[in-house]
Design a binder for this molecule. Structure first.
Ligand SMILES: *[C@@H]1O[C@H](CO)[C@@H](O)[C@H](O)[C@H]1NC(C)=O
Ligand SMILES: *[C@@H]1O[C@H](CO)[C@@H](O)[C@H](O)[C@H]1NC(C)=O
Ligand SMILES: *[C@@H]1O[C@H](CO)[C@@H](O)[C@H](O)[C@H]1NC(C)=O
Ligand SMILES: *[C@@H]1O[C@H](CO)[C@@H](O)[C@H](O)[C@H]1NC(C)=O
Ligand SMILES: *[C@@H]1O[C@H](CO)[C@@H](O)[C@H](O)[C@H]1NC(C)=O
Ligand SMILES: *[C@@H]1O[C@H](CO)[C@@H](O)[C@H](O)[C@H]1NC(C)=O
Ligand SMILES: *[C@@H]1O[C@H](CO)[C@@H](O)[C@H](O)[C@H]1NC(C)=O
Ligand SMILES: *[C@@H]1O[C@H](CO)[C@@H](O)[C@H](O)[C@H]1NC(C)=O
Ligand SMILES: *[C@@H]1O[C@H](CO)[C@@H](O)[C@H](O)[C@H]1NC(C)=O
Ligand SMILES: *[C@@H]1O[C@H](CO)[C@@H](O)[C@H](O)[C@H]1NC(C)=O
Length: 874
């Protein structure tokens, strides 16, 4: 029983509505707007939404909205045309619009003038029946001329002209009379003051090729005659007539007029055509076809912003997460996929979720340049023109409504706008800055003072930034290299017999002091000789006494000669220096504990350490101690700090996630700080584990001039194993560029392990470890992308991301430090050196005895032969 009732009801309902798609807002003209009034129609809700003064954002402007219901539920409205204030604008309390509709039960076409009272929303209707048809109309288009005196309309079969003041049809004719030589199917229609353009599909009666072509016709509105009809595009394929006769989205066209210019959009071919009126015909000036992988249906809707700027709607645009269609604004002389001046929506002018990512089905740009849009859910978007240094931005609606407003707001930080218009604010050029409304400096870009040579005012700058306050730094230094000689014998000899004329060097040179001692010994010897020769008896006693002492101290000839005793003084000095050197040299290990320069040798960098460095594979098994430092390194917790420099992104707009497999992710809780005066936002978070891939999501229409990334970790000491504090920062900046919308920072980390052997062989070896981090191939600035794909893309991304990845090398750097000599070896070396010195002196005595003394004796003998001459010489 129930089922059959439902079926019956469904059948009746279907009969009634056959051919009338009440939910499709795209057919006909369901939104009409001028600067005074905006009216949209919804056949599903049987309602007109009327907005008075739609583009006045003043909050004082009350009584804006009226809902005017259809008089009867069997009305089906095809088109609306707003007229504006009634009574020629003298009275701003009554507003008028016209609609073209059909009574669905009788297929009767009528036109109706509606007068709405602003204060009460009461509506008066003046209805004029046109004719009855036998089937639903596919197209029933109307328009009002710019003086608001007549309503003009086209159905599938006829054209008419209705005088608004008198509500009289003054002219009515069939399409055959209007276009005698062709069959014309009007699809779109736009009215100027005294002329109109109709675009549709037509077939020439007498042409051999029976193929429809897309054609524009220029109509004189005064006498309602067709001036001329021209084919817009030569079709390359056969157009199936049934597709053109009934409504088919794919074959829709759009047309807009501004002054003498006409713009036609043919989205099936991704083409727009610009024409210019020339008396009684239209001349094609530009034909643009824009095909790009990132959009389809280019030209679905078109409009004129001003005489130079056009607006074109395309569907399925890649770069708009807020809507499925996007408006591209172009200079009419330059239309290509990369040349849009700006788009709507964009990241400054977003569309709220309340509109369900809409398609735009109707676009109107008023004479003053204001924009109204109708979405596929019959919702209306109102975007007023914004003055200089303002952009119209989304206003969060306070209550559910069918109309959504944008309102002019001052430009955000880092941007400006030097012309009034619909678009977003554009980035400050290099060398200029704008703090935005957070500061009362104004909302335009001002020049940077450049007082400071480091001042950095890149693209989209908020403040003048000194990059020297945020520098890169790394803890890694080159591992020292061993000195040329790592043999202690060599080092000892080299330093003992140091001959350097530098005074500070000489004063600590053992050789120098030995020579002094030698000189002293020589003078003693001379004295002794003089005493002996002079035969001073009283001094002889002392001489014998000294001689006895010296004989006892003779190390060279084992107490045989007193002269050896004299040389012993020099030996003692040399050996004392050697002992001092050895003792001091021993203390110069390890290098980490040496803070003072050498004071016992000439080479101030002298050190008791030799170094070796190399790479070792992590995969090779390690000793327990070595494994401990590797574990410590692997378990060190990394804190990452990302500092966005000269940016408008605030803490609220940044989130951090760890990317898991696929598109899954886990949220991380960062700590964030915003320093408003220098426009730096810094986010710190701990890395969950070393190879995590981290993504920073930054929402909003902002940029950054530079980015610094820091990696920090705490130190840890277990027994003889030391994990060092990690502190690495890298600054990324590029002149005249901003942070790209998707950047990546790939970290490469490598373990560095210092192995320090101890002074005593029995003591344990010290291991210390540090992470060497570096960034190779970071991609943070991408001006080339905007150059290649269009500058407008700067304003299209809802999300800016930075992806940080980590990769560890499969080897580590192994540095080994060990002492050149250990304590015991030194003692032995010192002993060896002492005996060497004694031997050396003994050798020199031998030399004296065998070589020099005979010569002296010989000379003396010669002297004694000739004593007189010798004396006379004195
Ligand atoms: C907007 O409306 C308010 C109040 O009705 C009026 O004072 C103001 O002049 C209007 N602004 C514009 C630009 O029309
Ligand atoms: C409307 O007003 C304009 C001037 O404001 C005038 O030129 C025009 O004739 C008027 N039209 C009517 C129908 O009164
Ligand atoms: C206007 O059209 C006429 C012919 O119809 C042509 O001679 C003339 O050059 C055109 N003028 C312009 C500005 O295109
Ligand atoms: C606005 O600035 C642009 C450069 O950003 C310039 O090309 C244009 O001429 C300026 N417009 C006005 C009205 O100053
Ligand atoms: C630059 O110099 C001007 C005057 O010469 C001064 O007013 C301004 O504060 C200076 N700016 C900076 C950032 O030092
Ligand atoms: C002497 O050596 C010291 C330290 O080794 C150095 O500071 C000084 O410049 C040197 N003087 C000369 C004249 O070479
Ligand atoms: C970050 O952006 C990605 C898109 O790139 C998105 O899938 C993800 O949900 C965002 N994460 C957060 C925490 O908002
Ligand atoms: C790392 O971050 C944690 C918590 O955010 C903090 O307690 C710790 O001190 C930080 N470590 C370093 C080295 O900054
Ligand atoms: C950056 O822009 C400024 C001003 O436009 C210009 O003088 C400078 O040469 C540019 N620098 C680079 C590296 O392009
Ligand atoms: C290794 O030793 C060198 C030289 O003293 C030092 O600069 C470096 O920081 C040390 N590295 C580690 C991991 O201890």
């Amino acid at each position: 029983m129930w089922i059959s009732f439902v079926l019956l009801f469904g059948l009746v309902f279907h009969r009634l509505n056959c051919g009338y798609d009440r939910n499709n807002a795209a057919t006909g003209i369901k939104l009409s707007t001028n600067d005074e009034l905006s009216v949209s129609a919804s056949n599903a809700f049987l309602n007109f939404g009327v907005v008075i003064n739609p583009f006045n954002s003043s909050t004082k402007d009350i009584h804006k909205h009226c809902n005017v219901g259809y008089m009867s539920p069997d009305y089906f409205v095809h088109s609306i045309a707003v007229i504006g204030a009634a009574n020629n604008g003298t009275n701003r309390k009554l507003f008028m619009f016209a609609f073209a509709a059909e009574i669905t039960t009788k297929s009767t076409l009528f036109i109706c003038l509606v007068t709405v009272s602003r204060s009460t929303c009461n509506a008066q209707h003046q209805m004029t029946v046109l004719h009855s048809a036998d089937k639903p109309q596919n197209y029933f288009l109307i328009g009002v001329d710019s003086h608001a005196t007549f309503v003009y309309g086209f159905t599938s079969t006829m054209a008419f002209k209705l005088e608004i003041a008198t509500n009289q049809i003054v002219q009515k004719l069939t399409l055959e009379t209007l276009w005698p030589s062709i069959i014309f199917l009007p699809h779109a229609f736009s009215v100027s003051d005294q002329w109109a353009v109709v675009v549709g599909y037509s077939l020439k009666h007498n042409s051999e090729k029976k193929n429809y072509a897309i054609m524009e016709c220029l109509i004189d509105l005064v006498s309602l005659i067709s001036y001329s009809c021209e084919t817009l595009i030569v079709e390359s394929t056969y157009l199936v007539p049934s597709n053109l006769l009934s409504y088919n989205e794919r074959y829709e066209v759009s047309v807009a007029i501004r002054d003498e210019n006409v713009l036609v959009g043919i989205h099936r071919l991704n083409t727009i055509v610009i024409l210019k009126k020339n008396q009684t015909s239209l001349t094609k000036t530009h034909v643009y076809t824009v095909t790009s992988s990132s959009l389809t249906s280019f030209g679905r809707l078109v409009g004129w912003v001003d005489e130079r700027t056009i607006a074109v709607v395309a569907y399925h645009s890649l770069y708009s997460p807020w809507s499925q269609s996007q408006i591209f604004f172009y200079d009419k002389n330059s239309v290509s996929s990369t040349s849009p001046l700006y788009t709507f929506p964009n990241n400054q002018q977003t569309i709220g979720n309340q509109l369900f990512q809409p398609h735009f089905v109707r676009l109107v740009i008023t004479n003053n340049g204001n924009l109204a849009l109708l979405t596929d859910y019959s919702l209306v978007i109102i975007v007023p023109v914004a003055p200089i240094n303002h952009a119209s931005m989304w206003v969060e609606p306070s209550a559910a409504a069918f109309v959504f407003y944008y309102s002019p707001m001052p430009c955000i930080g880092g941007t400006f706008k030097n012309e009034s218009g619909l678009g977003p604010c554009t980035v400050c050029l290099p060398g200029t800055r704008n703090r935005g409304i957070a500061y009362s400096e104004g909302t335009s870009c001002i020049s940077c003072s450049r007082n400071n040579s480091n001042s950095y005012c890149s693209l989209a700058a908020l403040v003048e930034f000194d990059l020297n306050t945020m520098t890169s730094h790394s803890q890694v230094t080159a591992y020292p290299e061993s000195a040329d000689t790592t043999n202690f014998d060599d080092i000892l000899l080299e330093n003992m017999f140091q001959t350097d004329s530098n005074f500070s060097c000489m004063i600590i040179s053992p050789f120098f002091w030995t020579i002094i001692a030698g000189a002293f010994a020589f003078s003693v010897w001379i004295m002794m000789a003089v005493i002996k020769l002079g035969k001073w008896e009283q001094c002889n006693r002392y001489r014998t006494w000294i001689k006895t002492i010296l004989i006892h101290t003779d190390l060279i000839r084992e107490g045989q000669r007193w002269v050896g005793g004299l040389a012993t003084i020099a030996i003692i000095i040399l050996v004392s220096f050697a002992c001092w050197f050895c003792a001091s040299f021993l203390k110069r290990y390890p290098i980490e504990e040496i803070f003072e320069p050498v004071n016992f040798a000439c080479d101030s960098t002298l050190i008791n350490a030799k170094f070796s460095t190399g790479l070792d594979l992590l995969a090779i098994p390690k000793s327990t101690d070595a494994q401990r430092i590797i574990n410590l390194l692997d378990n060190q917790i990394f804190n990452i700090t990302v500092e966005l420099i000269n940016t408008g992104f605030t803490c609220e707009s940044i989130s951090v996630q760890e990317n898991l497999i696929g598109i899954q992710y886990a949220n991380l809780i960062p700590s964030c700080e915003r320093s408003e005066w220098n426009a730096v936002t810094s986010i710190t978070f701990a890395l969950p584990y070393h190879y995590a891939t981290i993504q920073l999501n930054m929402t909003g229409p902002h940029w950054a001039n530079a980015v610094r990334v820091c990696l920090r970790g705490e130190s840890q000491i277990i027994l003889n194993t030391i994990l060092h504090v990690l502190d690495f920062c890298q600054l990324f900046s590029a002149p005249n560029q901003t942070l790209a919308h998707a950047s990546k920072i790939p970290f490469t980390i490598t373990k560095i392990i210092n192995i320090t052997k101890s002074m005593e062989k029995t003591r344990p070896i010290t291991y210390s470890g540090l992470w060497l981090s570096s960034v190779h191939g970071a991609l943070l600035f991408n001006e080339a992308f905007y150059t290649e794909f269009g500058n407008y893309l700067r304003y299209t991304f809802a999300l800016t991301t930075i992806r940080i990845t980590f990769d560890e090398r499969s080897f580590y750097i192994k540095n080994i430090q060990e002492p050149i000599v250990r304590t015991r070896e030194t003692v032995f070396q010192a002993l060896l050196f002492t005996s060497l010195v004694i031997e050396l002196f003994g050798f020199s005595f031998l030399l004296v005895k065998l070589l020099i003394l005979p010569i002296i004796r010989r000379i003396l003998a010669i002297c004694h032969k000739y004593p007189v001459e010798t004396q006379s010489f004195n």
